[in-house]
Design a protein around this ligand. Sequence first.
Ligand code: HEM
Length: 498
Amino acid sequence: MDITTIILVATVLLLLWSLSRKPKNFPPGPIRLPLIGNLSVFMKPEKFGEKLEVMYQKYGEICGTYTFHMPVVIVSGVEAVREVCYHEDLVGRPENAFQKIVYGKSQGILHNTGEEWKSLRRFTLQHLRDLGFGKSSLEGLAHEELLAVFNDIDEISGGRSEGFPNPVNFHDVLGGASINVLWHILAGKRYEHRDPKFKQLITAVQKLLIVFFQITYLYNIVPSLAKVFPRITGFETMESHIKPIEDFIQDEIDDHKKDIDYDHPRDFIDIFLAEVEKQKNNQAHIFNEQQLKQICIELYVAGTDTTLNTLSFAILFMILYPEKQEKVQQELDDVVGRDRLPSLNDRARLPYVEATLNEVFRLSSIIPASLPRTIVSNKEYITLRGYHIPKGSLVAYNIHSLHHDPKIWDSPEEFIPERFLDKSKKTPIRDVLLPFGAGKRACLGESLARNNFFLFFTGLLQRYSLRVPDGQPKPSTEPLGVNVTFPKPFTVKVQLRT
Ligand code: HEM
């Protein structure tokens, strides 16, 4: 081998070594491959929860991986997850590369950090609450949606006169209901569930959700290539998914502007537009129409399919565990009866229902890993349980493993609502059941989601008996989806309860 070849080989080896090197005291994890890192962990869309579980078992509570050059740390186990949730340096989110390319910086709440995030989150939450978000004043709206869902179910199933012969796909039927409650708060409207424009919106939101948190797209890593190679960088895909929702919301904002009365706002869009008007002479203001559009997109994407998928899992568990279904119905009959719909005021007197909802949150874990957080302080690294997490890392916590850990839960793969009625357990539920996350970055929509879930679930169970359709195999509980999971399509035989 001549000297040139030796130098060339040595240079290549050195380069490969430097590209696969990990910082000092980085958490244990799979071997970092040069350039791509551990891309495969985040690429394969199926069984993300199980993958996280395997990583926890193999590498322990803090697992360090790489996506291209970016460190991605997955945290598991009760104590470590708590530490991340409440860590004062871990309240940032990674910049959204798509928004940076299009608007020059991240917007809205979900992808924002610092003072802008704080102000927008506070403003949004406060005004959504004033509009009834998570309060019993929205119950009438949820009941209205429920009655529309009953109509759809009766029609699709063939109804009472024909003996409900046709199985029903609840995932299809329930999609409009949760989106309508949210849309009412944001835009003061509801849509007919079968309105083609509305159906398109639901499909667009579902498609966007699949790619929304995708960190493996190349434009995230090399934003400068996005406009030059929109297809191979994934930029075009993201744009095509966001566009229909953005157009829908822009139309709504334009409609609102036509007849807005700033002194009498009708809904969240009006309230935000009034703030834009109020702040227009303030140089430092952060309220503009683009922010409004972004927040509406985020609430839509984060808020509709999450509730829908949780409900779908709840229906699935009810048909797979008919004896639990009967217990829920018995409690509803005893406490509420059949003459009125269940109300939020009944909740405290429905412990078995409450335990069932908790068990659905636990077993389904529709969001297997939290959204990524970033370090907000100027430190070069922070320390998590003895390991160094360098600035620029993404840190996510493993919700799936928390909810399926045999050290915490007996028979974790079984659907057992009764486990939540057992008062002898020492660990508080709030530490081990975290479907909405915890800390300053916890879910903004938790109260609305919990209320809607309760009202839709109890309303359906009060009215219908649900079974696996005759002659069909039991549907699988194996989830589809990555960041937000949902059950494989299944249908249900419904019967009016007598
Ligand atoms: C069953 C339903 C839902 C589940 C399981 C869920 C779960 C979550 C989780 C795990 C997070 C991340 C927490 C973290 O990073 O620590 C989150 C964030 C968020 N959720 Fe939800 N969510 C649900 C419904 C909703 C609804 C109905 C809305 C709004 C209408 C919503 C809006 C948001 C927003 C805006 C964030 C980001 C908050 C921030 O970064 O400051 N979610 N959610």
